[in-house]
Design a protein around this ligand. Structure first.
Ligand code: GLU
Length: 477
């Protein structure tokens, strides 16, 4: 079998949509699975859409996502340049070859004329007017410097057909194919032309891309045919949906890789989740390393219907990845979120981190999980009610009053000693330790749910703050 070569061909728009990243991922997985090569090509011929710094966004995203390209603008594999605006002359040369073959032609029609071409159904379609210009007239107008585009000369009868590896057999009546522009008036190619030239010259064997290009693919195949080139194999991917009817799109916000990173998702969790969004491995496994994805990936597992993006599922998966991080690594991600919280600079982040690593699904949950520490106001006695530990406001008051001197006398403020102290208090009160732990936890924090028990809370607050709170809590009962 020929060597598999796939490519990811993003346009530098300034952000990486989750759908684009999935396309990149599948192209990468398929290439690696087949010991092939994965090529990065920048499709920047639409100058109006160009955004400063956008190429760096592409590089950084792929690097963070651990999608490694074998060839690209910064890694010449002998098929460059890999940035389309640097290939301008190449496209022009091939467009002229098509003109010679009568598969394309110069068009000088101005906007006014084009605007007047709306047919009875409201569809604008070019009427091949300039196809019929004489050779002399074309040469004269070119010499005069008239503005022109180059259009593809489509057949008007018959069908163009091809087999897509996901969508199966696709057949389009040629009468529906417009004479699309190949070279624009600024001399740059359209996507419709550049993708064919580049995929051929870069020896791409499998074209993987979004299904929005499926219906145009017959036009591309006609170009391949006109040149006498072999078609690549096509793998059009089904869309990712926001819900049953709407596609997940940048218009709805929050589908950008960077936004997820900002919210505290881990790149490997995002990759793992989107790998499964449109591809199913055999079996029940849900967590995959990149190497496992490469090993398991197959075109036959690609979904034939659209799939719905499930934010809760991705969040859950992210939580699983967070739990497995080495603690140092966890803290590296967590610290910026502690810094954004109301306890910024107070309390020990490491101690809180130990409690939170198993309790959060995304790092941005950290502030909401720790902000309670920054507040302490009158505790409603009802908060102490707890059937299991036979606890209520009155019982709690007794527990807290008995506890106060024990804590005042405790100088070695460590978790072990705090535990011992609480057991001693329970002993003295002849009650279950659970009752004492619970009453104290509420007294120290003033909230019902905390990421850790009374010992951890007292340890984090420190002796001085704990005693202040304990006294206040007694006063409020
Ligand atoms: N530049 C196109 C896009 O960003 C690439 C489509 C393709 O992969 O051929 O949508």
């Amino acid at each position: 079998m020929e060597k598999v070569r796939t490519r990811f061909a993003p346009s530098p728009t300034g952000f990486m949509h989750i759908g684009n990243l999935r396309t990149a991922l599948y192209g990468y997985l398929f290439a690696k699975k087949n010991n092939g090569q994965f090529i990065l090509r920048i499709e920047d011929t639409d100058l109006e859409r160009y955004v400063e710094g956008a190429i760096d966004v592409i590089y950084n995203t792929l690097k963070e996502a651990n999608i490694v390209w074998d060839e690209g603008p910064d890694k010449d594999g002998g098929f460059g340049p890999y940035v389309q605006t640097e290939r301008k002359d190449i496209y022009l040369k091939y467009a002229k070859e098509l003109i010679d073959k009568k598969a394309a032609y110069y068009c000088f029609c101005d906007k006014e004329r084009l605007d007047s071409l709306t047919n009875e159904t409201g569809i604008k379609r070019y009427d091949k007017h300039c196809l019929h210009l004489s050779k002399e007239e074309v040469e004269e107008r070119l010499a005069r410097g008239d503005k022109y585009v180059i259009r593809q000369n489509m057949p008007t009868e018959g069908y163009t057909e091809f087999d897509d590896m996901v969508y199966g057999h696709v057949s389009v009546p040629n009468s529906e194919l417009e004479d699309q522009i190949l070279i624009k008036s600024d001399g740059l190619p359209t996507y419709n032309f550049a993708n064919v030239i580049d995929d051929h010259l870069m020896q791409i064997t499998h074209v993987m891309r979004g299904n929005e290009y499926l219906s145009s693919t017959p036009k591309y195949n006609l170009l391949y045919d006109a040149f006498g080139w072999e078609h690549p194999k096509y793998i059009h991917l089904t869309p990712i949906m926001k819900d049953a009817t709407r596609k997940l799109s940048k218009r709805y916000g929050d589908a950008n890789f960077d936004d997820f990173i900002q919210k505290g998702y881990l790149p490997q969790a995002i990759i793992n989740y989107i790998a499964l969004l449109g591809w199913s491995p055999k079996g029940e496994q849900e967590k995959f390393t990149m190497d496992e994805l490469i090993e398991k990936f197959s075109i036959s597992g690609l979904s034939h219907s659209s799939c719905i993006f499930d934010p809760d599922k991705m969040k859950w998966l992210n939580g699983e990845y967070i739990k497995e991080l080495p603690f140092d690594e966890f803290m590296k991600h967590a610290i910026p979120f502690f810094e954004q919280s109301e306890i910024k600079g107070k309390y020990d982040y490491q101690k809180l981190g130990k409690l939170l690593q198993t309790r959060i699904e995304i790092f941005s949950e950290i502030p909401e999980k720790v902000n309670f520490l920054a507040h302490f106001s009158k505790i409603d006695p009802e908060l102490y009610n707890n059937k299991k530990f036979k606890l209520n406001g009155t019982v709690a008051k007794g527990v807290l009053e008995t506890s106060l001197p024990y804590f005042e006398q405790l100088n070695d403020w460590t978790e072990d000693k705090l535990h011992e102290t609480i057991l001693a208090i329970a002993n003295k009160l002849e009650t279950k330790s659970g009752q004492v732990y619970t009453a104290l936890r509420i007294a120290f924090t003033g909230v019902a749910v905390t990421p850790g028990g009374s010992v951890e809370m007292a340890d984090i607050l420190g002796k001085e703050e704990t005693l202040i709170r304990l006294k206040k809590a007694i006063e409020w009962l």
